[in-house]
Design a protein. Structure first.
Length: 48
């Protein structure tokens, strides 16, 4: 449930940024993919 709330909050903030036309302070997509890879790598041993 906390993950869903965090996702919805992020989507809401993203919509507000588009409406207000503010550039997002988020890191570039390459950095986000790196973070995703780290999370998947951390979760993988628990699944195996």
């Amino acid at each position: 449930m906390p993950y869903l709330k965090a996702l919805l909050a992020g989507v809401l903030v993203g919509v507000v940024y588009v409406v207000v036309r503010v550039k997002s302070p988020a890191p570039p997509p390459v950095a986000l993919l790196g973070l995703l890879g780290m999370l998947l790598g951390q979760a993988l041993p628990g699944v195996l």
